[in-house]
Ligand binder design. Structure first.
Ligand SMILES: Nc1ncnc2c1ncn2[C@@H]1O[C@H](COP(=O)(O)OP(=O)(O)OP(=O)(O)O)[C@@H](O)[C@H]1O
Ligand SMILES: O=C(O)[C@H](O)CO
Length: 506
C-alpha cells in the first residue's frame, strides 16, 4: 500500500469511530425490563417512569436514530433541532442509518440555514423548552448535543429579538471572537444556554451525551452548554463585548437583559440532577487513528488534539517536525541541525500556546522511536485562516498547501536534504467531510508538490495569496490530492497526519 492509501485509511478509521451510530452504541445501553436503567459509559441511571429525548446539533439526527434503536419502546417522545436540509442530503448520500424510522417518536425540526439561528431553529428551541418544562421527578431526559447546537437552539431572553442576538453574534464573529468568547455572550443572552435547559427540566433526571467540537472539550462551551453549570458571569460577557468594541452600540433590549442578569452563575449544586458525558471527541478519533497506524506497522505518536493558531504558523510547525523525523530516520537527529530544529519547534509551540501540549516530552518520545519503523504523527484541532483573497478553499486545504510549500522551500535551501532519503505524506481533513464552503474534506501534500505543480503551470504561492487552495487542488493532477469523503454526519474538528518512511538508510 502507498503512504497515501495508509493516510486515507487512518482518516477513515478516525472518522468511523466518531460516527453517530458506533459512538452511541459504545456509549449507551438500556438494561433490564422490569426495572430498566440507562447505562452510559458504565454509569447507571434508573428509568423510574418515562424516558424523553431532546437534541440539537449537526450530528444529532444520526445520534437520535441510534438512540431510538437502543431505547426501543421505553422512549415516550422526543424533539430534535437539526440543520436545514440534512434529512434530504443524508437520504441522497445513501446514509439511511442516520435517518429516523418512518414511525419514529422523535419530532424533527430543521432550521439554522447557513449555521445561523432563524425562525425555524426558534421553533425547535420552543418545542424543546416545552418538553423540558413539562417533566416530573420520575422522568428521565436524554439530551443529545453536538457542534452547531448554539445556532439550532436560539431562545433569546425577552425583550431581546432573535434578529438582534443574531446580529450581535455575527458582528463578534466577524471581528475575530473565538468560539469560547462567542458562546459566553450567547449564554448570557439565552433562556436555554448556559445551563438553562437543565434548570427547566428539573426535577427530572437529565443525562446529556455530548459530541465535542471544541478544543479541550469544555462542557459549558460546546453548543453553549445548555445542560452544564456555567463558569462565566455577566462580567465575563461584558468583557467580551468591550474587547470587540460593541459595548456602546448595543440594542436597548440587550442592555436591559445585561443589567438584570444575576452577577454570579447558577451554583454547581443546582446541577445535581444532571450528568454531562462526552461520548465523542477529537482525542477519541486520534486514538483510533493511532491504533490503525500501529496495525499498519508504523511507530505512531499523537502530538495534540488541541492544535490551533494561524494556519501559516501551524504549517511551519509541521514542516519542522517532518524535518526532525527525517533526520531521525537518517540517524542524524543528534547532530547540531537536530538541536536547531528542536529549538525552532519549542519556540513555535510556545508561540502557538497549544493547550495541554508538552512538546519537550513529545520530542523525547520521538527520539526513542529508532529508525526501523516508518513514523506516523497524528494531531487534531482547528486552525484559523485570515482571509485576504477571494478564492475558494478551506483551512485544511490551505494548511496542506502551505506544508507543501514549506517543504519545497526547505528542500531548495538545504540542497541534498535529509528528506531525500524519506518518503513523506501530509494530510489535513475536516472530520465533518466539508472543508469550508467546498466539496472536499481536505487535501494531501508531499515535498514534490510545488515543482510538480509548476510543470502544470500552477503557481502555488499565487493560489495561496488568493486563499484559493480548493481551486489549486482541483486542478493539480486532476484533483488526485483532494481528500473527498462526502458529508460524514459527524464533527470533531480537523485531523492532521504526517507519514514518513525511509527510502534508504545511511
Ligand atoms: N477561501 C478559503 N480559504 C481558506 N479557508 C477558508 C476559505 N473560506 C472559508 N475558509 C475557512 O473555513 C471555515 C468556515 O468553514 P465552515 O463554514 O465549514 O465552518 P467550520 O468552522 O468548519 O464549521 P464546523 O465547526 O461546523 O466544522 C473558516 O475557518 C474559514 O476561515
Ligand atoms: O454550536 C456551537 O456553539 C459550536 O459548534 C461549538 O460547539
Amino acid at each position: 500500500m502507498s503512504l497515501r492509501e495508509h493516510a486515507l485509511s487512518l482518516f477513515r478509521s478516525a472518522v468511523g469511530t466518531v460516527r453517530p451510530a458506533p459512538m452511541m452504541k459504545r456509549a449507551l445501553k438500556l438494561q433490564g425490563d422490569r426495572c430498566p436503567q440507562l447505562l452510559v459509559k458504565g454509569q447507571a441511571f434508573p428509568v423510574k417512569r418515562d424516558l424523553y429525548l431532546v437534541g440539537f446539533g449537526k450530528a444529532v439526527l444520526g445520534m437520535a436514530a441510534a438512540a431510538e434503536e437502543i431505547l426501543g419502546d421505553h422512549l415516550v417522545r422526543g424533539v430534535i433541532s437539526v440543520p436545514l436540509g440534512i434529512q434530504e442530503s443524508l437520504q441522497r448520500a445513501g446514509m439511511q442509518e442516520m435517518l429516523l424510522k418512518p414511525h419514529s417518536k422523535i419530532q424533527v425540526i430543521e432550521g439554522a440555514k447557513n449555521n445561523l439561528p432563524d425562525a425555524e431553529a426558534l421553533k425547535g428551541a420552543v418545542a424543546i423548552q416545552q418538553l423540558a418544562e413539562g417533566l416530573t421527578a420520575d422522568d428521565l431526559l436524554l439530551v443529545l448535543i453536538s457542534g452547531g447546537g448554539s445556532a439550532l437552539l436560539p431562545a433569546p431572553i425577552p425583550p431581546i429579538l432573535l434578529e438582534e442576538k443574531e446580529k450581535l453574534t455575527k458582528t463578534l464573529a466577524s471581528r475575530g471572537a473565538a468560539i469560547q468568547e462567542l458562546n459566553i455572550v450567547r449564554k448570557t443572552l439565552s433562556v436555554l444556554k448556559g445551563g438553562g435547559l437543565a434548570q427547566l427540566a428539573y426535577p427530572a433526571q437529565v443525562v446529556s451525551l455530548i459530541l465535542s467540537d471544541v478544543i479541550g472539550d469544555p462542557l459549558d462551551i460546546i453548543a453553549s452548554g445548555p445542560t452544564a453549570a456555567s463558569s462565566h458571569s455577566v462580567q465575563d460577557c461584558l468583557q467580551v463585548l468591550a474587547k470587540y468594541d460593541v459595548l456602546h452600540n448595543l440594542p436597548k433590549s440587550v442592555e436591559t437583559v445585561l443589567s438584570s442578569s444575576p452577577t454570579k452563575p447558577t451554583a454547581p449544586e443546582n446541577y445535581s440532577h444532571v450528568s454531562n458525558i462526552i461520548i465523542g471527541s477529537n482525542t477519541l478519533a486520534l486514538d483510533e487513528a493511532k491504533h490503525q497506524a500501529e496495525s499498519l506497522g508504523y511507530a505512531a505518536l499523537v502530538l495534540s488534539a488541541g492544535i490551533r493558531g494561524e494556519v501559516g504558523r501551524v504549517s511551519t510547525l509541521y514542516c519542522q517536525l517532518i524535518r526532525l523525523v527525517c533526520l531521525g530516520l537518517a540517524g542524524r537527529a543528534e547532530e547540531p541541525l537536530g538541536d536547531e530544529v528542536r529549538g525552532n519547534l519549542l519556540q513555535l509551540a510556545a508561540e502557538l500556546e497549544i493547550p495541554g501540549l508538552d512538546l519537550a516530552k513529545f520530542l523525547q518520545a520521538l527520539r526513542g522511536l529508532g529508525p526501523e519503523r516508518p513514523v506516523c504523527i497524528l494531531a487534531g484541532g482547528e486552525t484559523t485562516v485570515q482571509l485576504q483573497g477571494s478564492g475558494k478553499g478551506g483551512r485544511n486545504q490551505e494548511l496542506a498547501l502551505r506544508v507543501g510549500l514549506g517543504l519545497h522551500r526547505a528542500q531548495a535551501m538545504e540542497g541534498s536534504s535529509p528528506r531525500g532519503r524519506c518518503e513523506i505524506i501530509f494530510f489535513s481533513g475536516g472530520t465533518d467531510g466539508q472543508d469550508g464552503p467546498t466539496e472536499a474534506a481536505g487535501a494531501f501534500c508531499s515535498p514534490g508538490l510545488v515543482a510538480e505543480a509548476l510543470q502544470e503551470g500552477l503557481d502555488v504561492e499565487a493560489f495561496l495569496r488568493n486563499n484559493d487552495s480548493y481551486t489549486f487542488f482541483s486542478q493539480f493532477q486532476g484533483g488526485h490530492h483532494l481528500l473527498v469523503t462526502g458529508l460524514t454526519g459527524t464533527n470533531v474538528m480537523d485531523i492532521q497526519a504526517i507519514l514518513i518512511r525511509a527510502l534508504e538508510r545511511s
